[in-house]
Design a protein. Structure first.
Ligand code: CP
Ligand code: NVA
Length: 307
């Protein structure tokens, strides 16, 4: 693995390799701390958008492994504005051992990866959020002991998180149902690729506009915000289309079993998810947030040496 840009570029074996490494790192950390396998290494972190989990988990993760992380704010770098994406990639490569970037345009993180001589990690783009989805598979496996054969229902916007979950779930043989309002479906190329992975694994990828149908028999119900970062001006319009897709107690009851409830956070409580559900007995959102730390340590070790 040279870069970590999209889950679709990994093999199923590589996915499990990362999950197993993360499990070992979590256990080691619980027993008292990780070995300083990235001693002297520096991760440069470019942020075009705000972050709590991604920034803190990468920064703390580097520190646990003996390395350091450098936070580069939107004001500092002005990616593609103050200087070209290619020049940022080439210059940063002379200073740091790895780059993590949270960008608006997915093509920018691809360009960074193409031009940098150090590994590049996608910390969220308008297209995907691979660290999140892989970490979510880790959390689901931890909770349920397995992935293959489970059914995940994603209810809400067909966005970056939905895209990465489509790739991740289909690659490990989970059924994934995605319920969105008409016009907010995930991109066709993502669905087609996920269907290809699912076919190989003997699982299903189903798109629907009916949230009730999606959650029936689901082992996991997952949602995310209705307007992502960068879509603020669409918020009012989206607030009209999305209310039938709210993950509330009534919808969760349709699962007909006790599903795990997941949300990548930050949540807009009262919009895509109710307090009752996110604070309820099925919710694992804080474990989900914690596991970003453990999973990303595995990615850092695989890309920056030491594993
Ligand atoms: N889930 C997630 O990536 O959170 P942040 O936007 O806070 O990093
Ligand atoms: N879809 C959300 C995820 C935030 C972690 C966004 O892009 O804003």
């Amino acid at each position: 693995m040279e870069n970590f840009i999209s889950l679709a570029e990994l093999s199923t074996e590589e996915v499990y390799e990362i999950l197993d490494l993360a499990a070992g790192l979590k256990e080691e950390w619980r027993r008292g701390g990780n070995r300083p396998l990235l001693l002297g290494k520096v991760l440069g972190m470019i942020f075009q958008k705000p972050s709590l989990r991604t920034r803190v988990s990468f920064e703390v993760g580097m520190s646990h492994l003996g390395g350091e992380a450098l936070y580069l704010s939107p004001q500092e770098i002005k990616l593609g504005e103050r200087e070209s994406v290619a020049d940022v990639a080439r210059v940063l490569s002379r200073y740091v051992d790895g780059i993590m970037a949270r960008v608006f345009a997915h093509s920018d993180v691809e360009e960074l990866a193409a031009q940098a001589s150090v590994p590049v990690i996608n910390g969220l783009s308008d297209f995907s959020h691979p660290c999140q989805a892989l970490s979510d598979l880790f959390t689901i496996r931890e909770e349920r002991g397995t992935l293959r054969g489970l059914r995940l229902a994603y209810v809400g916007d067909g966005n970056n998180v939905a895209h990465s979950l489509l790739f991740g779930a289909s690659m490990v043989g989970m059924d994934i149902w995605v319920a969105t309002p008409p016009g907010y479906e995930p991109q066709e190329e993502v669905v087609a690729k996920a269907k290809g992975f699912a076919q190989r694994m003997g699982s299903q990828v189903v798109l629907t506009h009916d949230p009730q149908e999606a959650v029936r028999g689901a082992d996991i119900i997952y949602t995310d915000v209705w307007a992502s970062m960068g879509q603020e001006e669409e918020r009012e319009e989206r607030l009209k289309a999305f209310p039938p897709y709210q993950v509330n107690a009534q919808l969760v009851a349709q699962a007909g079993r006790s599903p795990l409830v997941m949300h990548c956070l930050p949540a807009h409580r009262g919009e895509e998810i109710t307090d009752e559900v996110i604070d309820g007995p099925y919710s694992i959102v804080y474990t989900q947030a914690e596991n970003r730390l453990h999973l990303q340590k595995a990615i850092l070790l695989l890309l920056m040496g030491g594993a």
